[in-house]
Design a protein around this ligand. Structure first.
Ligand SMILES: [Zn+2]
Length: 194
C-alpha cells in the first residue's frame, strides 16, 4: 500500500520513466494519460500488483532493512510482553506452556514479528520436550549462529532471517529426515491453518 502511495505522489517522475518503458509514441501516451486519469490510476495499480507478485525472496530482502531500523521501544509496543521477552530479548518460554507445543493443526508457522513463513506443520514432530519442534525450516528463512550464553553448553541459536527475531535453538538429535531438531518457542510463532 505504501508503494502505491509513493507512486501516486510522484506521478510526473513516474510518467517520464514510463516513456522509456513504452517505446511507442511517448507524447500520445502522456496526453492520453492526462485526459483519462482513470486509466492512469489503473496503470499504476496494475503496476503495483505486478511488483507485489515478485518473488518473495526479493520482498524479504527489502524488508530486512526495514526491520533492522525498528527500535527496541517499537518492538515493545508491537508485541505482547511474552513475545517481546522471547523474540527480542532471547528469552525462553516454559516447557509445556506455549500455545503450540502440542498443536497438530495443518498449516504454516510464521514469524510473529514480521510474518515470514518459517516452518510447515508437516515438518513438526513430537519431541517430548514441551516446545514445538520441527526437523526442517522453510527455505533459508531461518538462520543459525553459535550461542555461548551458557558457557558449558554451546548451542546453535536460530533466528528469523528477515527480522532477526530469536526463535529458539537447533540440535543434532532430530528425526531421520534431517537429523535436526528445531526447538522453537511458541511465542515467536503464529500458526496460519491451511
Ligand atoms: Zn521475522
Amino acid at each position: 500500500m505504501a508503494l502505491n502511495n509513493s507512486i501516486s505522489s510522484t506521478i510526473p517522475a513516474s510518467l517520464s520513466s514510463a516513456h522509456h518503458l513504452q517505446s511507442k509514441s511517448p507524447s500520445l501516451f502522456t496526453a492520453k494519460a492526462f485526459k483519462k486519469p482513470k486509466r492512469l490510476s489503473l496503470f499504476f495499480s496494475a503496476m503495483g500488483s505486478f511488483l507485489s507478485s515478485q518473488k518473495p525472496k526479493k520482498i524479504q530482502e527489502a524488508d530486512k532493512g526495514n526491520y533492522a531500523s525498528i527500535s527496541d521501544e517499537e518492538w515493545k509496543q508491537r508485541l505482547s510482553k511474552e513475545q517481546y521477552y522471547v523474540c527480542r530479548q532471547k528469552g525462553t518460554e516454559g516447557a509445556f506452556t506455549g500455545e503450540y507445543w502440542n498443536t497438530k493443526t495443518p498449516g504454516t508457522y510464521h514469524c510473529v514479528c514480521c510474518d515470514t513463513p518459517l516452518f510447515e506443520s508437516t515438518t513438526k514432530f513430537d519431541s517430548g520436550t514441551g516446545w514445538p519442534s520441527y526437523y526442517q525450516p522453510i527455505g533459508n528463512n531461518v538462520k543459525s549462529k553459535l550461542d555461548l550464553s551458557i558457557i558449558f553448553m554451546p548451542r546453535q541459536e536460530v533466528n528469523c532471517a528477515a527480522c532477526d527475531s530469536h526463535l529458539g535453538h537447533v540440535f543434532d538429535d532430530g528425526p531421520p529426515q534431517t537429523g535436526k531438531r528445531y526447538c522453537i518457542n511458541s511465542a515467536s510463532l503464529k500458526l496460519k491453518p491451511k
